[in-house]
Ligand binder design. Structure first.
Ligand code: FES
Ligand code: FES
Length: 159
């Protein structure tokens, strides 16, 4: 299958890469760019472990072709912190013990960042609704919701 050249910004860095038309964005990120914080939990758009920001929107990167991200700005979990300074969502996940095995955590953090940018003070119900596309197989939802609320209180929506 003939490959195609695309250019996209990932975590602030411009990349021009050759991709097969069938390649999913998640595999471009993980295998070509080495950004393995974005996980593949299902490959069937069910779990949310692969969530990244595409032009600011939370997107499951196993549901989008890499060619569809041509010209886009992508942010992965590796680009959420500001240097050594954790994003308030990351800090809150740490403080609220909102992770167990951690496999789902990058997807939850990215989805929560997108939520707080849209709604800086979400209710518990709004948080649960926004994160319903993300599954935690350890069933640690209570501390995850608490972490998002804490991040909102810490001004996470402004970052
Ligand atoms: S790997 Fe994308 S939703 Fe599960
Ligand atoms: S912390 Fe284990 S799947 Fe979420």
């Amino acid at each position: 299958m003939s490959s195609r050249q695309i250019t996209l910004t990932v975590n602030g860095a411009l990349h021009t890469v050759e991709v097969e038309p069938r390649q999913l964005l998640v595999y471009l990120l993980r295998e070509e760019l080495g950004l393995t914080g974005t996980n593949v939990g299902c490959d069937t758009s069910s779990c949310g472990a692969c969530t990244v920001l595409v032009d600011g929107d939370a997107v499951k990167s196993c549901t989008i072709l890499a060619v569809a991200a041509d010209g886009s700005a992508v942010t992965t979990i590796e680009g959420i912190a500001d240097g050594d300074e954790l994003h308030p969502v990351q800090q809150a996940f740490r403080e609220q013990h909102a992770l167990q095995c951690g496999y789902c955590t990058p997807g939850f953090v990215v989805a929560a960042v997108a939520l707080l940018r849209e709604n800086a003070d979400p209710s518990e119900q709004e948080i649960r609704h926004a994160l319903e596309g993300n599954l935690c197989r350890c069933t640690g939802y209570q501390p995850i919701v608490a972490a998002v609320r804490a991040a909102a209180s810490a001004g996470g929506g402004a970052r």
